[in-house]
Design a protein around this ligand. Structure first.
Ligand code: GLC
Length: 738
């Protein structure tokens, strides 16, 4: 449709019909008539309202959605198609590693390909929009949703957020196999006080603009079609009613003219937060903040008309929001083809096809991070008695909490993958223990709560069998981890160690065999001090997705040389949080070797540094960096500085290395971080091969939110670091002359 036709359509719509386009309901409302009067009667919706709803969420499947769309259009006098949205966070039926793991690949090309596959599969199943990418900056692993982010670095989140938008949306949403993307959660949902989900976010404007906002803007500059509001407050005002965030920054400064959707029932929560006295006030606050779609409440449909008729809000606000929704539907080509890609034949061809599984296996392999290895890895494929023990040895729950549209039985377990790779000779398997301690209860995620099983007889049997196998093995591979519901939405934890029952298994196995490789399946950085102390090797596999077992086996047996680099710091203990690599120096920095100095910014009981730092990850080979140079010692704003370093593979295996560029601004009108990631390049080197890697440094890269509240650079000295992780100390200096 042309814009003029959309304008004509809008002009023919009644106020009720326009407002109904701003309502989003879950799928069950379209699958049976009695939902209105049944469990969701509290919403006070009429069937007529449901029949005019603008969009639906989290109902999937070509056959089902085509049926819903057909029925819906028959009732819609203007033939405005229904929009189908869902949480396709790390894949649809072919599930990829959780985003925190994808961040560890430092591979935007792979991340883009994964998003493109997710789009192909979900659009074949009738979906039009995904509630992804989530680019919330995360510095607190107590927060369960760190698993959905690509990590603690603003630059990395921006690069990978752009890659996901490209993957989902392709060149045009009129092309098949694409879906519109929705960046979330705007803004700064990743900074809740105490790491407690939905809690207050209280940041200075500088921290907000410097660290938390840029990644959202990157995705919008990449063409992301929708933005989702965050549950939290920002500067005392819930994001969903925050005019500064939505009108001034998002739509004003950034020029975003797409659809702004609330998070689930977030408009109703304006009353719970205490900024709206009643639903009418909540409706006003949200629509005035430019929120177009009301996800899963009836506040808009029950109050906006009254607000217009009473002259409290101009009808223009409704018209603008409705037009943005119509324009999104138009960009997707839904007026011409309301059924778009939805096809059962296409589903059969695409969902979980070999190519998609191969990609999932590839990106999972690159997301795995080798954190420790005393030489026990890689494993041999024969002549080694191997015992695979732990609750994650034969477990299909490898896809993370948001894999709600996938099927566990399609997941390859570690056990299956090992048998595929080396057969059953010389290898044994045992669960050893449950994931959770007996009786531990964790709230459900759309289902029943999870409770740690309490069968002491079975537990004793499991442990006994495991210890017998461990005693006889040359090497034990311990597959441990968090329960999948321990991370993700609502999954905040005050302690971040492995469940005690698993640490107990580690201790008992360590007592009979010191050759232990711990493979971890978890959704957040953990306190791994005891694991590190007792294990000969530590492999971080996160929740690797459908092909997770194969990817882990590929790495353990060196069919894939691990190359992952941490996208988020692992603290020594929860007491260090918030911890991230790009801290400020403070006026009293603690200097190693000066342990006697009490009056420094330090702990008396643990080090300041992360246990495993951002950007860190080992390989089976080794890399040497040398010859860090700049092509000039100073640069003007118009010039480009070239930094280069030579990297050599000094080990025995071909390996991939992510070469990381960090810059430090030594003096600014405000304090500046000790390091900031400003670039990275992932290279592959044969044994003995060396490659010179160069980075161009521009004035744009040196800009920050200065004391005068402008985004600009300031003249002065800078340090350039190029190395394997954020702990690199070698540097060269240059001066920016203005
Ligand atoms: C949830 C999440 C959000 C998700 C939405 C729809 O509460 O906060 O990330 O996209 O609801 O499921």
């Amino acid at each position: 449709m042309e814009q003029t036709e959309l304008d004509q359509l809008l002009s023919k719509m009644t106020l009720d019909e326009k407002i109904d386009q701003l309502l989003q309901l879950t799928g069950e409302f379209f699958e049976s008539e009695d939902v209105v009067t049944g469990p969701t009667s509290y919403l006070g919706l009429t069937q007529e309202t449901v029949d005019l709803t603008g969009s639906s969420l989290n109902v999937v499947g070509a056959k089902k959605l085509n049926h819903i769309q057909k029925q819906y259009l028959e009732k819609n006098s203007h033939k405005i198609p229904l929009l189908f949205m869902a949480d396709i966070i790390n894949g649809y039926k072919t599930v990829f590693p959780i985003p925190l793991a994808q961040g560890c690949t430092f591979n935007p090309e792979l991340v883009e390909k994964s998003a493109a596959v997710a789009a192909k599969e979900s659009s074949a199943s009738g979906l039009h929009v995904t509630f992804s990418p989530m680019v919330d900056l995360v510095r607190d692993p107590r927060w369960g949703r760190v698993m959905e982010s690509t990590g603690e670095d603003t630059y990395l989140n921006g690069v990978l957020g752009r890659a996901m938008v490209r993957g989902y949306q392709g060149e045009s949403l009129l092309e098949s196999g694409t879906i519109a993307s929705c960046v979330k959660h705007f803004a700064a949902y990743g900074a809740p006080a105490g790491g407690r989900d939905y809690n207050t976010v209280d940041l200075s404007e500088r921290t907000l603009r410097e660290d938390y906002l840029p990644a959202y803007k990157e995705t919008i500059d990449e063409g992301c079609e929708l933005v989702m509001t965050a549950f939290n407050t920002v500067d005392g005002i819930p994001a969903t009613a925050n005019k500064t965030l939505m009108n001034d920054i998002l739509r004003g400064e950034w020029g975003f003219d797409g659809v702004l959707i609330s998070d689930y029932a977030a408009i109703a929560e304006l009353m719970t937060h205490g900024v709206a006295d009643d639903e009418k006030e909540a409706a006003r606050l949200a629509i005035e903040a430019g929120v177009d779609i009301d996800m899963m409440t009836s506040i808009y449909v029950k109050n906006l008309k009254r607000l217009v008729e009473e002259g409290v809000i101009p009808e223009k606000l409704i018209n603008d929001s409705t037009m943005r929704v119509l324009q999104l539907k138009n960009k997707l080509g839904l007026f011409e083809n309301p059924y778009r890609d939805a096809s059962e034949e296409l589903e059969k061809e695409l969902l979980l096809c070999d190519d998609h599984r191969c990609l999932s296996r590839e990106i999972a392999g690159e997301s795995i991070v080798l954190l420790k290895n005393d030489g026990v890895l890689p494993l041999q494929k024969q002549n080694q008695k191997l015992a695979f023990i732990g609750p994650y040895v034969d477990n299909t729950s490898l896809s993370g909490l948001w894999s709600i549209h996938s099927d566990k039985e399609t997941v390859v377990t570690v056990k299956q993958a090992v048998l595929d790779k080396i057969g059953e000779a010389d290898v044994s398997f045992a669960k050893g223990c449950e994931i959770l301690n007996p009786g531990v209860l964790i709230g459900g995620f759309g289902g029943e709560p999870t409770v740690g099983p309490n069968d002491s007889v079975a537990a004793q049997e499991d442990l006994k069998e495991a210890l017998q196998l461990a005693e006889k093995a040359d090497v034990v591979v311990l597959a441990l981890g968090e329960h999948v519901v321990q991370s993700g939405e609502g999954g905040s934890r005050a302690e971040i160690t492995l469940p005690e029952i698993q640490l107990d298994l580690l201790r008992k196995i360590h007592a009979v065999n010191h050759k232990i490789i711990v493979v971890l399946f978890n959704g957040r950085p953990l306190d791994l001090r005891e694991v590190h102390e007792k294990a000969s090797a530590v492999v971080e596999a996160w929740f690797p997705g459908t092909e997770g077992g194969h990817a882990v086996a590929d790495v353990l047996f060196n069919d894939v040389n691990p190359s992952g680099k941490l996208s988020m710091s692992f603290p020594y203990s929860v007491g260090q949080i918030p911890i991230h690599y790009n801290m400020f120096n403070t006026g009293r920095p603690f200097k190693k070797g000066n342990e006697g100095n009490r009056f420094a910014s330090r702990y008396t009981d643990i080090p300041n540094e992360a246990f495993y730092p951002f950007g860190f990850g080992l390989s089976y080979t080794s890399f040497e960096y040398f010859g860090l140079t700049l092509d000039k010692a100073s640069m003007s704003s118009e010039e480009v500085l070239t930094a280069s370093v030579t990297v050599k593979n000094t080990g025995a295996y071909t390996g991939k290395e992510t070469v990381q560029l960090y810059i430090q601004d030594l003096v600014g009108s405000v304090v500046r971080p000790l390091k900031e990631l400003k670039g990275f390049k992932k290279i592959s080197l044969e044994p003995g091969e060396a490659q010179t890697v160069t980075f161009e440094i521009t004035e744009e890269m040196l800009k920050f939110y200065t004391a005068s509240k402008k985004w600009e650079s300031e003249a002065g000295k800078f340090k350039v670091f190029i190395g394997p992780d954020s702990c690199i100390e070698d540097f060269v200096e240059f001066t920016l002359v203005k």
